[in-house]
Design a protein around this ligand. Structure first.
Ligand code: DAH
Length: 349
């Protein structure tokens, strides 16, 4: 082997030991990338040596070629090792920075509390129970009949598009009898269940119930919508109740829940299950109005579907979004905050 080749092999070995040290000491990923380019790039010393192989004799070419190959392999390995170390150090640092201390300084566990939406739910029940209502509930998986048809929404009713519905393919369950199942889109089917039960059991009307519960829509979550959210439905069925009773009940509720300085208003609207129907707005501390739900006088077709004679009985109903009420009450900007389970958000309540 020529003297040239022997010298080159020695130079390559030196490059490797210097380069390996430099790589192991790279301060961060950027520094590592720069070193990679210097040591292994096309214009690096190794790159140039590779180009000069053709000037050597056969033996020299074999020896230097093998040294170059080995040099590249060990430098690449040193670089990969350092990259791994830097990455895990970065993620350990991030985890340490974001760690939540779940103990008090005294070493006692921190005391938890109910979720703000659960609290609103419970406070609303309290307000209405204080006004003389009882609490009713119904299933979250409903049939098309309870969620829509009995509420004066036959299958082809155009207003069905007001509710983006999640249908269930329940073909595999026995005993469903071919009924279309869905995730209830509102708490209004509980009105129907309550009236039917009262008629069946011979216990009423008069009916004064509130029905809080979870509801589902085929919606994308954003600051003012969640695909899974909560409503509270109120239903009164009695002899000769009027729209004035409805407005008075909503106003009493608004003051009881939000305080004497806030007020409510009704705006004419449309719902298939009430006639007349209205949208409920609640005044905001900044003077604007926020829509929180719908209401109206129970439609005669709904009373009839539940076995009640509309000549004898009349009723009013309203449905509010519990999540939206919580949002107004605590002035939360984005509804999604309620479901991300970030302790820093939740512990404010
Ligand atoms: N169920 C309606 C909805 O989710 C809200 C609603 C409107 C409820 C009018 C009512 C009512 O009880 O009378 O959009």
């Amino acid at each position: 082997m020529s003297a040239d080749a022997v010298e080159l092999v020695a130079e390559i070995e030196e490059l490797v030991s210097g380069g390996t040290q430099a790589l192991a000491g790279a301060a961060d990923l950027d520094a590592l990338a720069a070193l990679d380019a210097d040591l292994l790039g096309r214009r690096s010393r190794l790159g140039l040596l590779k180009a000069s192989l053709r000037d050597l004799d056969d033996d020299g070419r074999r020896a230097v070629g093998a040294a170059l190959h080995e040099a590249r392999r060990s430098l690449e390995e040193a670089s990969a090792t350092r990259r791994e170390d830097l990455r895990s150090a970065a993620s350990a640092a991030r985890l340490a920075a974001e760690a939540l201390d779940l103990t008090e300084a005294s070493g006692r566990a921190r005391v938890g509390h109910a979720h703000p939406i659960t609290r609103t739910w419970e406070e609303l029940e309290d307000v209405f129970v204080g006004m003389g209502f009882t609490v009713a509930s119904g299933p979250e998986v409903e049939t098309d009949w309870f969620n829509f048809e009995a509420l004066n929404l036959p299958p082809s009713h155009p207003a069905r598009s007001m509710w983006d519905t999640l249908y269930l393919d329940a073909g595999q369950f026995e005993g469903v009898g071919g009924e279309q199942l869905l995730l209830r889109t509102h708490t209004s089917p509980v009105q129907v269940r309550t009236m039917l039960r009262a008629v069946e059991e011979g216990s009423g009307p008069p009916i004064y119930v509130v029905c809080p519960g979870r509801v589902y829509r085929r919606d994308t979550a954003d600051a003012t919508h969640l695909p899974v959210f909560h409503q509270i439905e109120l239903l009164v069925v009695d002899r000769s109740v009027s729209m004035a009773d409805l407005a008075g009940t909503i106003e009493t509720f608004t003051k009881a829940y939000f305080g004497r300085e806030l007020t409510s208003r009704l705006r004419p609207s449309y719902f298939p299950f009430t006639e007349p129907s209205a949208e409920v707005d609640i005044s905001q501390p900044d003077g604007t109005w926020l829509e929180v739900g719908g209401c109206g006088m129970v439609h005669p077709n709904v009373l009839r579907a539940c076995g009640l004679d509309p000549e004898e009985w009349s009723g009013f109903a309203f449905g509010f979004g519990i999540d939206r009420l919580t949002k107004i009450r605590h002035q939360v900007e984005d509804l999604r905050e309620f479901v991300t389970n970030d302790v820093r958000f939740l512990e404010q309540f």
